[in-house]
Design a protein around this ligand. Structure first.
Ligand SMILES: [Zn+2]
Length: 365
C-alpha cells in the first residue's frame, strides 16, 4: 500500500507526508472518520513511507523488501491489532486474526466484521507491549496499528493506555476509529488527530466499477447508497443488494399500511437478523426511501430520487397526508438506530422498536 493507491483523502496524504518529511511525527496518531474511507490504507501507506529504502516524490517505492513485506503485513516492525470474533482457543484466535488480515491484504478497503460480535482481546495488546519493550530488530520506524479501537474491551484499552503513556523508542502508534466518542478521553488527548472525510460519489463509483465488475448504472447506485464510503460500496456490491432492496421496499410499504404488530411479525419472517451489516444496509435503504419521500412531499421532481425504480410507489405514498415535520426527523432517527446496531445491541429488538417508533411518527391510522 502506498499513497498513490490512496483514493481521495488528498488533505490527509499531504499532512502525513509533510509530518514525516519534517520528522515531526507524534508518538500517536488518531485516524478518525467514517468506515471504509481509507484510514487503514493511509496507515499502511505511512508505514511504507517511513520504512521504504527508496522513497521519492512523497511516496514509497512499492518494490523494496520493506514495501513488499508491509503489503503482505509481514513486516517485522509492523504490529497490528484488529477486532476478532470471540475464540475458544489460542489456535482459533490466531486463525481468526489471520483471516481478517488476509481479507485486508486482498482488499485494504474491505470492512471488518458484520455477523459476529468483535473485540480486540487484551492478550493481543499485552503481547504487543511485551515485544515492543525490546529494542527494534532493525532500523527504520516501528509502527503499531490499532484498527477500530472503539471495539476494544476496557481491559485492552487500559493496557493500550500504558503503551501510549510510555511510548517505546522509535515507535509510532496509529489508532483508527469511526467512533472517537467511544474512546477514553485520556487516550484521545495523547494522540494527534487526523480527520478522514467521506469520499466523492464519483470516486466511489469509479472504484466499484473497476474493482467489483458491476455495470455503470449499478456503480452509481452503490456510490449513492454508500454515501461516500468505498468499504460500504464494496460490501454492497458483493452482498445480496437486490434482495435486500426488495425486502427493504416491502417493509417500507408496510410502514404506511399495516398495524405495527403485523408489520413486525412480517419483518421477523424476512429480515436477516443474524447479520448486522445486512440489517444496517436495509435500514440505510429505508433512509434513502424516506429521503426520496421527503423530496417528493416537498414538491421536488422525481429525477432527483435515489430509488428511481420505486418512483411510482413513492409518489402514491407522498400524496397521502403525512406529518411533514416528523417525516424530516426520520432519516436521523434511522441513522441513530444503525449506530446502536453497530454497537452490538440486539438487532431483532432494535428493529421492532424502530418500526413502532416509525408508526407513531408517521401517525398512520
Ligand atoms: Zn520501498
Amino acid at each position: 500500500m502506498d499513497f498513490r493507491s490512496l483514493i481521495g483523502q488528498e488533505r490527509v496524504r499531504k499532512i502525513l507526508v509533510r509530518t514525516a518529511d519534517r520528522d515531526h511525527l507524534p508518538n500517536s496518531f488518531l485516524f478518525c472518520g467514517p468506515e471504509g474511507v481509507g484510514k487503514w490504507a493511509a496507515a499502511l501507506a505511512l508505514t511504507a513511507y517511513l520504512n521504504c529504502s527508496n522513497r521519492a516524490e512523497g511516496d514509497s517505492c512499492g518494490v523494496c523488501p520493506a514495501c513488499k513485506q508491509i503489503r503482505k503485513l509481514q513486516f517485522p516492525n509492523l504490529y497490528i491489532a484488529v477486532p476478532t470474533p470471540p475464540s475458544k482457543t489460542d489456535k482459533e484466535e490466531i486463525e481468526n486474526y489471520w483471516e481478517i488480515l488476509n481479507q485486508k491484504i486482498a482488499e485494504p478497503y474491505s470492512l471488518i466484521g458484520g455477523q459476529r460480535q468483535m473485540t480486540i482481546p487484551v492478550a493481543t495488546v499485552r503481547e504487543m507491549r511485551q515485544s515492543l519493550s525490546h529494542k527494534p530488530p532493525q532500523g527504520g520506524k516501528r509502527v503499531v496499528v490499532i484498527e477500530q479501537m472503539d471495539r476494544m474491551l476496557t481491559t485492552s484499552a487500559d493496557a493500550l493506555l500504558k503503551l501510549i503513556e510510555e511510548p517505546p523508542s522509535e515507535t509510532l502508534i496509529i489508532i483508527t476509529t469511526a467512533r472517537p466518542e467511544r474512546l477514553l478521553p485520556t487516550i484521545i488527548s495523547r494522540c494527534r488527530r487526523v480527520r478522514f472525510a467521506y469520499l466523492a460519489e464519483s470516486d466511489v463509483a469509479h472504484f466499484v466499477l473497476a474493482k467489483a465488475g458491476v455495470s455503470e448504472v449499478k456503480a452509481a447506485l452503490l456510490a449513492r447508497l454508500s454515501r461516500g464510503s468505498l468499504g460500504r460500496a464494496l460490501y454492497l456490491a458483493t452482498g445480496e443488494i437486490e434482495q435486500d432492496r426488495e425486502v427493504a421496499k416491502l417493509i417500507f410499504k408496510g410502514m404506511f399500511t399495516s398495524d405495527p404488530i403485523d408489520l413486525i411479525a412480517e419483518a421477523s419472517d424476512i429480515l436477516p437478523f443474524t447479520d448486522r451489516f445486512r440489517i444496517n444496509r436495509i435500514i440505510n435503504i429505508w433512509q434513502t426511501l424516506f429521503r426520496d419521500l421527503i423530496l417528493l412531499t416537498g414538491g421536488q421532481q422525481n429525477r432527483l430520487l435515489i430509488n428511481v425504480d420505486f418512483a411510482a410507489e413513492l409518489e402514491k405514498i407522498a400524496a397521502r397526508d403525512l406529518p411533514q415535520g416528523k417525516l424530516l426527523e426520520i432519516p436521523a432517527h434511522l441513522g441513530s438506530v444503525t449506530q446502536d446496531i453497530d454497537l452490538n445491541v440486539d438487532t431483532r429488538s432494535a428493529v421492532g422498536a424502530l418500526l413502532i417508533d416509525l408508526h407513531r411518527m408517521l401517525n398512520i391510522r
